[in-house]
Design a protein around this ligand. Structure first.
Ligand SMILES: [Zn+2]
Ligand SMILES: [Zn+2]
Length: 194
């Protein structure tokens, strides 16, 4: 009796017999289960590799992009490492006069925000991480600090005698601040008499 020889006097014979039966059963079980473990289905390894590969790619893409909720005013870019560089044209007409959009909007000290102007020519430079979308409101309101909505541009608000209208590439738009900026877009906001 194996247990009695190895551990003499540690348990009475009834317990030993039980223990030996249990040991025999468990070794029989593990002997039976061994071939099952070694004959793992052929697709398991490729599946694990695919899952790992997808996780790695997802992590890389996620790390390359700033979180979508990052406030545009908290982002700084430089011209050498942007994932997108687009331009949109903005013209603001107040009662027939083109309002000047200054140069240097969005450039504060050593932080250049993704939406900025380099000249007083109405060109909005859109420079930021690839895949990130920016709206007209991000530029006019968040960066430049001027109100823009369906009723008002700056202090000019539609009323009984004035309209506020917007066109994008010549077509009427009601998006105002929600307009997603695209490359080559021609945006005109006009405050005019009815
Ligand atoms: Zn540019
Ligand atoms: Zn720029």
């Amino acid at each position: 009796m194996h247990l009695r020889e190895v551990h003499p006097g540690k348990a009475d014979s009834r317990d030993l017999a039980k223990a030996e039966r249990a040991a025999a059963t468990s070794s029989a079980l593990s002997a039976r289960s061994l071939p099952v473990r070694s004959s793992r289905p052929a697709w398991v390894v490729p599946l694990v590799l695919i899952v790992v590969a997808i996780s790695v790619v997802t992590a890389i893409v996620y790390l390359a992009l700033p979180p979508p909720e990052t406030d545009v005013t908290k982002m700084c870019v430089n011209h050498s490492n942007v994932g997108q560089h687009k331009h949109a044209n903005l013209r603001i007409l107040i009662l027939g006069t083109t309002l000047s959009i200054p140069e240097g909007i969005g450039i504060e000290g050593d932080c250049m925000h993704p939406l900025h102007t380099h000249a007083a020519d109405g060109v909005i430079h859109i420079e930021g991480p690839a895949g990130r979308t920016f709206t007209l409101g991000n530029f006019v309101t968040d960066i430049w600090g001027k109100p823009l909505n369906a009723t008002c541009i700056m202090t000019y608000c539609a009323d009984s005698t004035h309209d506020l209208v917007m066109t994008v590439d010549g077509a009427p738009s009601t998006e105002f601040g929600d307009l997603v900026l695209g490359n080559g877009m021609d945006i005109v906001i006009e405050y005019r008499l009815k």
